[in-house]
Structures are given as structure tokens and as C-alpha cells.
Ligand binder design. Structure first.
Ligand code: ZN
Ligand code: ZN
Length: 412
């Protein structure tokens, strides 16, 4: 295997820092069959770290597409009880989850979008009560990515297959903080410290709202819930286990008030949603809700995203990322949220992270909702930051504090 040393380091990082699997704790890995050699390393590293067992849930993107094409809608949307039961049992055992992504963006574009929608809706409805396990950080979870030829072809269409793959592979290692020379663990400890420090500074301002403007046409007021907490870097479970849910991560993020978002936001990067790429879109908000939307490509899919459930036309996350982040500076469009969201200020439609409000992880769904938190079965990030983004923080007494100018932090 080429670059074996780098893959080994990434596997160890994913296991010991990403999910930070504890001695005697089970690990569930979600991965595509194309990544078998890497997943073998992940499993070995997990066992060396003391995992009780490693349960690999294999998928295959091509067969996944066939499932959509050949199964009728009714079959697609009947999710078996045992699938729900398996997760409930896994949570009782205190598992942690690692997802390894290498999907080809846009792979599902010829699948009728009603079918994808029907399956996703049925799946999220069936599994709804199990989502709190990761959304509330009860157990550790982590998403990482490795290059694939199919993905590389989309990112670097001008290169031949081999060159494209090698280039994507190289940049993914770099932005994930894995190099031949470094200790990735040390890199991430240091990197997280900076993000946590930044988040704490933002929290201390106790802003009522943020005001975003840029040359793309965004002019958006995002009200924040009271007692909000900015977060960034890693998270800690109730048992005190620290973990990094995303590798890489460059964002600090907070909880918008469900009903206090006004104005227009223009996307700055394409959004890959259920394997379909939505491009150049605009959303207009009134009282927190999207009341108008347009997209140059895949407008129908955007409409389905917004009408998924009541909460999917309201915001659940607002995140700040400086334009100078390494992922942004790479200039590469990854067509993958894990990377693209770390290149740009972003918003998420749907479910909020309870960690973004004081005491949120102990609140019931009703309590969170009463505080202005959104409620939805999905959480979809989209990017709207760029190099001339201005962000002001507005305090409860009306004081305006410049937070970002030209895409860079100007506070703290
Ligand atoms: Zn985010
Ligand atoms: Zn998000």
C-alpha cells in the first residue's frame, strides 16, 4: 500500500483522538468497501487501543445507488425494526462511532429525488430517538475522509485518474494534520486549544445577534439563543471522554434562535445533499423561516431539503471560519461538507447541537425548543462565507462589535 505510514498515522489519529475509543468500549465503523485496506488498519489500531470489539458496517456506494434505482419506494421506506433495535442495543453498550468517507460527490444524480427523499425521511423517522446519542455527545463519534478515485475525478477533472487521486490524497492528509514528520496527536491538541480559546472569547460577548454581509449579496441577521455557548475543537461526553467529532475542523459554531433570522443568504460553495449537488442558491428568511429560495442547479432538491420537516426551513447552526483556514487557502472545492464547511462560514438547516446552550445536553427536546432551539430530524450545513465577508456582533444594548472583516477575525 502506497503511503502506508500516513494511512497508519491517520488510522491511529481517528481511533485515539477522533473517537478516542476507551479500553473495553465497542467501536462501530461505517465505511465503504473501496477503503478496505485502510479500515483494516483502523480495526487493528482500535484493538491495540483496547476496543472491546470493532463492528464494521460496510457499504458500497455503487450498490447503494442500485438499491435506489431498482427498489420501489415502499420497499425503500420500510426500515426494519431490527435496524433500530441494533442501535438501541449498541447505545446500551456505550459504543463510539467512526465514519470514514470517500464517496463520489453527485453519484446519486440520476436517482429520482423522491426516492432518496422517501428513504431518508423514513430512516430519520425510524431512528429519530437514537440520534441524541451522537447529537448530544453521549457517546463519542468522529467523521474522517480518505481519497478515492471517483471523488478525485470530480475535484480535479483536468487531471488523469492517477494524478487526481494522488493530489486529493496529499491534500486530505495535509488538512487532516497528518504529515510524514509530525505527531498528528500533538498537532490536534494544539489546534483544538486555539479553537476553544476563540469560542470562549465569542461566548463572553453574549451577542444578541450576528449580522453578515458580503459582495455575493448576503445580508443576514442571525439571532442567537440566550445563554448560548460557542463551541469549537473537541467535545466531552458525560463520562468525561474528550473526542474530536470532525477531522479536520476549523470552525467555531453556535445556536441560532429558531425564529430570529432575517434577510438573505447567498451560497458560496455547492452543497452536496444525499449525493446530489445543489449550486448557486439563495435563501430568504423571515422570522427565522425560509420563505423564498432559488438555485441555479437542483432547485427541486433544495426544495425537498427545506420541506423535509417543519424544522428544516429554520437554522440550527451558525459557524465562523476564517478565510485564511488551510482548507480555504487550498482553493479546492471538495464537494464534501466535512471539508467545504471548514473553508467557509456556514449555516445549518435543521437540528441544533445542544452543547451550544448552557445545560443543553441535559435538556429535553421540549426545553431546548422553548429556549428557541430548532427541532428537526436532519442537520444540513451549507457554505456562505467568502473573502470579503463582514460579521458584526450586536449586543443586547445595541452595541455593535466588529467580529470579522474581509473574512478574517478582528476580535480577540
Ligand atoms: Zn459546522
Ligand atoms: Zn453542522
Amino acid at each position: 500500500m502506497k503511503n502506508e505510514n500516513l494511512y497508519r498515522k491517520l488510522a491511529r489519529l481517528a481511533v485515539t483522538r477522533g473517537v478516542n475509543v476507551q479500553k473495553g468500549q465497542p467501536l462501530v465503523v461505517r465505511a465503504d468497501v473501496r477503503d478496505y485496506p485502510f479500515i483494516e488498519m483502523v480495526a487493528e489500531e482500535a484493538y491495540l487501543a483496547g476496543a472491546l470489539y470493532v463492528d464494521v458496517r460496510w457499504r458500497d456506494q455503487k450498490i447503494g445507488k442500485m438499491d435506489y434505482l431498482y427498489q420501489d419506494q415502499e420497499t425503500l421506506s420500510s426500515i426494519e425494526d431490527w435496524i433500530h433495535e441494533r442501535e438501541v442495543k449498541a447505545h446500551e453498550k456505550g459504543v463510539c462511532y467512526l465514519s470514514v468517507i470517500s464517496d463520489m460527490p453527485g453519484a446519486m444524480k440520476d436517482v429520482p429525488s423522491e426516492k432518496i427523499h422517501a428513504y431518508q425521511k423514513a430512516y430519520h423517522e425510524k431512528m429519530g430517538d437514537t440520534q441524541a446519542y451522537t447529537m448530544n455527545n453521549i457517546g463519542q463519534w468522529c467523521v474522517i475522509a480518505v481519497a478515492s478515485k471517483e471523488w478525485a475525478k470530480i475535484v480535479f477533472p483536468e487531471l488523469d485518474e492517477e494524478e487526481a487521486f494522488e493530489k486529493l490524497e496529499k491534500v486530505l492528509f495535509e488538512v487532516s494534520g497528518v504529515t510524514e514528520e509530525n505527531d498528528p496527536l500533538e498537532y490536534w491538541i494544539h489546534h483544538d486549544e486555539k479553537l476553544i480559546d476563540h469560542a470562549e472569547k465569542m461566548t463572553a460577548f453574549r451577542f444578541r445577534e450576528l449580522h453578515f454581509t458580503n459582495s455575493l449579496g448576503t445580508d443576514l441577521h442571525v439571532g442567537l439563543v440566550e445563554d448560548h455557548l460557542w463551541a469549537g475543537g473537541g467535545c466531552t461526553t458525560p463520562k468525561g471522554v474528550y473526542f474530536d467529532p470532525n477531522i479536520p475542523t476549523e470552525e467555531i459554531f453556535c445556536m441560532p434562535h429558531r425564529e430570529k433570522v432575517e434577510g438573505t443568504v447567498v451560497s458560496s460553495r455547492p452543497l452536496s445533499y444525499n449525493g446530489v449537488v445543489i449550486e448557486n442558491f439563495t435563501l430568504r428568511f423571515e422570522k427565522g423561516r425560509v420563505v423564498e429560495y432559488h438555485a441555479e442547479k437542483e432547485e427541486e432538491t433544495l426544495g425537498q431539503l427545506l420541506s423535509f420537516d417543519e424544522g428544516s426551513s429554520h437554522l440550527g447552526e451558525v459557524a465562523l471560519v476564517p478565510h485564511s483556514s488551510p482548507i480555504s487557502q487550498s482553493g479546492i472545492l471538495f464537494f464534501n461538507t466535512l471539508f467545504d464547511e471548514n473553508a467557509s462560514c456556514h449555516l445549518a438547516l435543521g437540528r441544533p447541537y445542544p452543547e451550544n446552550i448552557r445545560g443543553g445536553e441535559e435538556m429535553s427536546a421540549e426545553e431546548l425548543y422553548a429556549k428557541g432551539g430548532n427541532s428537526s430530524l436532519q442537520h444540513e450545513d451549507f457554505m456562505f462565507g467568502n473573502g470579503d465577508m463582514s460579521v458584526d456582533g450586536i449586543m443586547y444594548d445595541g452595541t455593535v462589535v466588529p467580529v470579522m472583516r474581509n473574512g478574517e477575525f478582528v476580535i480577540g
